[in-house]
Design a protein around this ligand. Structure first.
Ligand SMILES: Cc1ncc(COP(=O)(O)O)c(C=O)c1O
Length: 394
């Protein structure tokens, strides 16, 4: 029903089911990019002529938009970045590096693992990992035991697992963490495409967001920083646009968010991010969630008609991604055949090698849906998958 808003579907015969990697962009977002480059391309926060002022205004309106979208209380709490990877690296480098212990979960993306290793933390030496239950849910008992052992820790967990679609109960995680005076960062890379986030209701300390996974251009994202932490946060990089005064002796920086946004930003991308938020608003999360839950259940039901399938979790507390393997067949081979049949899914470790290793596998076949997918996409995918299995078995 919504495919008509996305030019990709007019131009391609591909059944696109790789939305956890990146989503397609609606016409309105694409138009916002063309409009910026064709009509008011100028730098922001610097020059004082008409187009420069317009670009600055649009950029700052995008900040206000994102603030209200996630219900942050102040514009200063919204810092634009390249995406979740940069957001986590920034907070790791500028805030969390002074913490004795960082606690992550077993289902993290490499973007929420490698930055901690780069700080010299290894398992049980500054880095602790929350176990998972038999259905790949977050193990709260183990989490509380870790918080008791390592109070005042920095907790960094994903909202929705990109590999298995599991949704973490953020409210419960944050409440428990705060009981032990921990500070919590949430990796929201997979969130905005599927559900609303209210940072005040959650009482989250940091929220990393990725625009390209929620219908906006690539190379842009943001990090929400709760106001009480802003003054403790050091700039990760500095340069043009971050400063108040500079001479050869010293420099003084502006306040947040400007001191954290060094150099020329992805202006078109930020404007496109706001446009994508408007698009999501026009559809509505109520509609998105109800529709996706039905489609996800349909996908699961259809996959269950394949005898040789092996799942690693149920679809309880899950959305977006569904991961599995076919017994006796290497997942890469399925991926090659599906591609030949114009089905786009991801096969491999999905930037989550540790959980794959824990499950004793190298990777999975991952189908990930967005609200523009429909039952016909699922049917075409299932037909192609059955064909691929028959070819590989025969
Ligand atoms: C859960 C999760 N975290 C982090 C990332 C990295 O996000 P970005 O591409 O915005 O850097 C991804 C992307 O796949 C992801 O799925």
């Amino acid at each position: 029903m919504y495919k008509k808003d996305f030019p990709y579907f007019k131009n391609s015969n591909v059944v696109y089911l790789d939305n956890a990697a990146t989503t397609q962009k609606p016409q309105a977002v694409i138009d916002s990019q063309v409009e910026y480059y064709e009509h008011y391309c100028a730098n922001t926060h610097r020059s004082n002529f008409g187009d420069a002022n317009k670009a600055t205004q649009k950029y700052e309106n995008a900040r206000k938009h994102l603030r209200s979208f996630i219900n942050a209380s102040k514009n200063e709490e919204i810092i634009f970045t390249k995406g979740v990877t940069e957001s986590i690296n920034f907070i790791a480098h500028s805030f969390a590096n002074s913490f004795d212990t960082v606690i992550i979960s077993s289902l993290e993306h490499h973007s929420n693992i490698v930055p901690w290793h780069m700080q010299g933390r290894t398992l049980h030496k500054g880095l602790e990992v929350v176990k998972y239950t038999s259905d790949l849910d977050f193990d709260f008992e183990n989490f509380e035991a870790l918080l008791q052992k390592y109070p005042k820790a920095f907790v960094s967990v994903t909202h929705i697992s990109n590999a298995f679609g599991k949704i973490n109960d953020l409210k419960a995680i944050i409440k428990l963490a705060h009981k032990y005076e921990a500070v919590v960062l949430v990796d929201g890379a997979q969130s905005l495409a599927h559900m609303a986030i209210d940072v005040q209701a959650l009482d989250v300390d940091f929220l990393a967001l990725s625009a390209h996974k929620s219908f906006a251009p690539t190379g842009v994202g943001a990090v929400y920083v709760k106001e009480e932490h802003l003054n403790k946060l050091l700039p990760y990089q500095t340069g043009g646009a971050t400063i108040d005064k500079v001479d050869f002796e010293s420099s003084t920086l502006l306040d947040s968010p400007y001191k954290f946004e060094a150099g020329t930003q992805n202006i078109a991308g930020v404007i496109g991010f706001s446009q994508a938020l408007s698009y999501i608003e026009s559809v509505g999360y109520k509609q998105i969630q109800a529709y996706e839950e039905e489609l996800y259940a349909y996908l699961d039901e259809q996959l269950h008609t394949i005898e040789e399938i092996k799942f690693y979790n149920s679809i309880q507390h899950a959305i977006g991604s569904r991961s599995f393997n076919i017994k006796g067949i290497v997942h890469d081979d399925i991926g090659i055949l599906l591609d030949k049949m114009h089905i786009a899914v991801r096969v491999g470790h999905h930037c989550a090698q540790p959980i794959m290793k824990a499950l004793g596998i190298k990777g999975t076949i991952r189908v990930s849906i967005a609200f523009y997918n429909d039952k016909e996409d699922i049917d075409q995918f299932i037909t192609a998958l059955k064909k691929a299995i028959a070819m590989l078995k025969g």
